[in-house]
Design a protein around this ligand. Structure first.
Ligand SMILES: *Cc1c(COP(=O)(O)O)cnc(C)c1O
Length: 347
């Protein structure tokens, strides 16, 4: 069976994006966040291509995501996997058998890991985001003394903005150098890499930009699109002037219009925010979305193109533009890509 909607995934672009971010990371190693199933593209396929490109440091959120990558045999390739949300009691069985390190975030997690023998872990320190991590004060008070730490991590709240908070967080993080047993320090996500060499430390952790997202203008000429939605035309129809298309009749034909009804909708992560604003392409012709995006269907104005029932239509692969059109973040657009797509890798 094939699905009437698919993702065209450019493996060469994914590898090129990693290499570009690695180069921008200077002397620091460049890892990859592959949480949320590789930002919606498919973690297995992404990891295989990133490994081949040279990436050796991978990040997921939770132990079920680590388990799903167990057969990627990262350790055999000399690579490691870190689990950003640390360990709950319920995770300990998996955490003690899988070849992955927890990123410990709380004093309770630190204690749990010590009680279990305390093999190498990573630790997240909160430097001002107030999301995850132990406090620099707790570190100063000895919370991490004697713990075997591979990488000390912190996370920037405003890396995609020109904000004084970036330098504040960087300074707090840098002050922790030499205060723990950590072999490495890591601060920057995709946008953080562009803040300059002072932000790179030993390891960078891009996610979004690997997958074609452009969180800051500095990456616009560096990052290539990786994912394009393609979907099949289910019906083509002529709509007379004055008639409407779709739920709630929000679009009225100003003149006789050729319309293609396509197998794609918000259940696939093609959100309602694309109603009247999204775009697809047939060759050079732009096909505007008209009316409301439905759960499983979307209507396109194909008056300017030779589009027939059964044709495949490519949707806009430019994530910054699609984010603007839909009012969603680039992160939401990729991680929201649904399970109905066939995922076709090329390159
Ligand atoms: C998701 C995540 C990243 C990757 O961030 P991007 O903005 O997608 O580059 C890096 N570090 C941590 C701790 C994360 O949670």
């Amino acid at each position: 069976m094939t699905a009437p909607q698919r993702l065209a995934l450019d493996g060469a672009a994914l590898a090129a994006n990693w290499r570009a971010l690695s180069k921008l990371s200077g002397a620091a190693a460049c890892g990859a966040a592959v949480k949320a199933d590789g930002y919606g593209l498919g973690a297995h396929a992404a990891v295989a291509r990133l490994l081949a490109a040279g990436c050796r440091d991978f990040f997921v959120s939770s132990w079920n995501e680590a388990l799903a990558l167990a057969d990627a045999r990262l350790a055999d390739a000399g690579a490691t996997l870190s689990v950003l949300h640390g360990v709950r009691d319920a995770d300990m069985a998996a955490a003690c058998t899988l070849a992955a390190r927890p990123v410990l975030n709380t004093p309770a997690q630190v204690q749990r890991w010590r009680d279990a023998g305390g093999r190498a872990c990573d630790v997240m320190v909160d430097t001002g985001m107030n999301r995850l991590g132990v406090s620099p004060g707790d570190v100063a008070d000895g919370l991490l003394d004697g713990l075997t730490i591979d990488t000390l991590i912190s996370h920037l709240a405003c890396a995609d903005e020109d904000s004084a908070m970036n330098e504040q967080q960087r300074t707090r993080f840098a002050a922790l150098a030499g205060r723990t047993s950590a072999k490495r320090m890591s601060l920057a996500n995709s946008a953080g890499i562009t803040l300059g060499g002072d932000y790179h430390f030993d390891l960078t952790r891009p996610g979004l930009a690997l997958y074609g997202g452009v969180p800051v203008a500095a990456l616009a000429d560096v990052i290539r699109p990786v994912v394009r939605i393609e979907a099949e035309v289910l019906q083509r129809r002529m709509v007379r002037a004055g008639e409407t298309v779709g739920y709630n009749a929000t679009w009225t034909a100003p003149a006789e219009t050729q319309v293609a009804i396509v197998n794609l909708g918000y259940a696939d992560g093609y959100w309602r925010g694309f109603s009247d604003t999204g775009r697809a392409f047939a060759g050079d012709a732009v096909l505007p979305v008209i009316g409301r995006v439905s759960m499983d269907l979307v209507a396109l104005d194909v008056s300017e193109a030779d589009v027939a029932e059964g044709d495949w239509i490519g949707f806009d692969p430019d994530l910054p533009r699609a984010a603007k059109a839909s009012g969603m973040s680039q992160y939401e657009l990729v991680t929201g890509l649904g399970q109905r797509f066939d995922r076709h890798w090329h390159g």
